[in-house]
Design a binder for this molecule. Structure first.
Ligand SMILES: C[S@@+](CC[C@H](N)C(=O)[O-])C[C@H]1O[C@@H](n2cnc3c(N)ncnc32)[C@H](O)[C@@H]1O
Length: 213
């Protein structure tokens, strides 16, 4: 089977094999994109927009790599994962070895202090699930988005809390980029504090495509 023609369910099945954060660091908002959501995102980016096959792709806040690994399986030319956390990148490295993917590179860095001029328009597509940036790290989602838009030549795909949609729309208009909400998702977020009664909470999240045309 040609990997680029992989079916959604097959992709999801593969992504279920990707190891996730061993000890998630809550301050870094380390919750992995679930295989089902990751597969739906990547499948749409590939099939509807043609933004994966043979493209150079950056994955900002890549964590253990589920989005990059899925993109590589769908025929990306090259994927570069960026994350601040060495432990997450170690797991990502092990995952890509297990899947025998060689077209992936990793960079340890703080997205918020990257010098964007060095990376301006250096990739075709950015795919990311950034920290939502709503508590101690307010505004982090927008810092990730700004960097992503500087890096991408064609498009940026990102997840943002639906409750912030108006704010994101305003920023997109200020930055003169086109924004399209592709899907509204229910996202299973682990409870952050010990006093939270439930193990996880469902929040509404927008899957958004930003482009320059
Ligand atoms: C919501 S998780 C997403 C992980 C992964 N992309 C996925 O989809 O499963 C956010 C990721 O952003 C990383 N991160 C948080 N702050 C960062 C920063 N300032 N610079 C780079 N990465 C950061 C975390 O370590 C974490 O891996």
């Amino acid at each position: 089977m040609c990997l680029q023609d992989m079916k959604l369910k097959e992709l999801e099945g593969c992504l279920q094999q990707v190891d996730v954060f061993e000890s998630p660091k809550l301050l870094l908002e380390q919750y992995p994109t679930r295989p089902h959501i990751a597969a739906c995102m990547l499948y749409t980016i590939h099939n509807t927009f043609g933004d994966i096959e043979d493209k150079v792709i950056a994955d900002l806040g890549c964590g253990c790599g589920v989005l990059s690994i899925g993109a590589a399986m769908l025929g990306a030319g090259f994927c570069i994962g960026f994350d601040i956390d060495e432990d997450a990148l170690d797991t990502f490295r092990t995952n890509s070895e297990e899947f025998e993917l060689s077209n992936i590179d990793l960079v340890q860095c703080d997205i918020c202090s990257m010098a964007p001029t060095n990376l301006e328009k250096s990739v075709d597509t950015v795919i990311m699930n950034p920290p939502f940036g709503t508590k101690h790290n307010k505004g982090m989602d927008m810092k990730f988005l700004k960097t992503a838009l500087q890096m991408a030549r064609t498009s940026v795909y990102s997840l943002h809390k639906t409750s912030t949609r108006e704010h994101v729309q305003k920023k997109a208009a200020d930055w003169k980029v086109k924004m399209e909400v592709i899907a509204e998702l229910r996202y299973d977020l682990p409870a952050t504090y010990k006093f939270h009664k439930k193990k996880s909470v469902d929040i509404e999240v927008d899957f958004i495509r930003f482009s320059f045309d």
